[in-house]
Design a protein around this ligand. Structure first.
Ligand code: MLT
Ligand code: MN
Ligand code: ZN
Length: 296
């Protein structure tokens, strides 16, 4: 299985267009919004989430460019982990595809028609096909959706739809035995997540925040309103943070590489010269940038 990280930043990207914080003005390498491409054969590709940056991401990625026919494209479908705009707006950019299968949790399918009518808009441009995560069929890859949380987007706050609203995906290539787990939105460490990742070669993990009070704390970027803890993203450090767990797992589970993605513009690990960046690497996790490729 081939895996390409098309984008590794959280909503708004890095730098964020409306932000003049220390990091956004530091000149650190830019990152586009979180999106991954996977393929069993290197010819047909599936997107994990649909970033608003998808046009630039496709043009920057040789394997995803159109051809050889004048209107042939290598995209075969899209899997959504959630209904957040940074993970779904790209569907509108893909309207010229003329129709692709999209898989998402039922609550997400509901949100994309009842709260943000993306489905009816896109359906006007071709034969799109919307299916639940109980019914995923990809060429050459076996997928399991794993329920993560009921965190819903702000625009669907009023929804009473049952969850899960957020899932992770475990994707296996039966030909190689390679396993990817993609979990860019984790509220905590879910029950069953240890089993899900137990035989993974690569786990792409929610790296949105370094610390729980990063957006509004005393030593922070001071760009937030204190609501960050409710944003549904498990921080890398601090009480119950993900890095300490990864460090513990590294020895017992040497097969698994852990990489943070969906990095928010306030996250100090974005600066490769920072102590926080070095501490993540020393703790046994990775911070791959846009365009990083893995073969599993
Ligand atoms: C999130 O990941 O929490 C959301 O994408 C926030 C947002 O709307 O950008
Ligand atoms: Mn997001
Ligand atoms: Zn900023």
């Amino acid at each position: 299985m081939k895996v390409i990280l098309l984008g590794t930043a959280a909503g708004g990207g890095f730098p964020q267009w409306n932000c003049a914080c220390r990091l956004c003005t530091s000149g650190a390498t830019p990152r586009t919004q979180d999106c991954v491409a996977v393929s069993a054969d290197g010819r047909g590709w599936y997107l994990l989430n649909a970033s608003p940056d998808i046009r630039a991401q496709i043009l920057a990625t040789r394997a995803l460019r159109a051809g050889p026919g004048p209107r042939e494209i290598p995209l075969r479908g899209v899997l959504l982990t959630d209904a957040e705009l940074d993970h779904s707006l790209g569907l509108l950019m893909l309207r010229e595809a003329g129709g692709l299968p999209v898989w998402a949790p039922d609550a997400v399918l509901h949100a994309l028609s009842a709260h943000f009518p993306a489905r009816s808009i896109i359906d006007g441009y071709g034969g799109w096909d919307w299916s639940s995560t109980s019914d995923i069929k990809l060429d050459g890859l076996v997928v399991r959706a794993f329920p993560v949380s009921d965190k819903r987007p702000k625009y669907a706050r009023s929804s009473t739809e049952d969850g899960p609203w957020v899932v992770a995906y475990r994707i296996e290539d039966p030909a190689t035995g390679g396993v990817l787990v993609y979990a860019p939105c984790l509220r905590g460490w879910p029950d069953g997540f240890d089993e899900l990742t137990g035989d993974a070669d690569l786990v792409l993990l929610d790296g949105t925040f370094h610390a729980a009070d990063e957006m509004s704390g005393a030593t922070s970027a001071r760009v937030g309103d204190g609501a960050q803890l409710a944003m549904g993203h498990l921080p890398i450090t601090g009480d119950g943070g993900s890095l300490a767990r990864i460090t513990r797992y590294r020895a017992a589970r040497p097969r698994t590489r852990w990489a943070f993605t969906h990095l928010n513009n306030t996250n100090p690990v974005l600066d490769p010269a920072s102590a926080e960046h070095a501490a993540v690497l020393a703790g046994g996790a990775e911070l791959p940038g846009d365009g990083t490729e893995f073969t599993l």
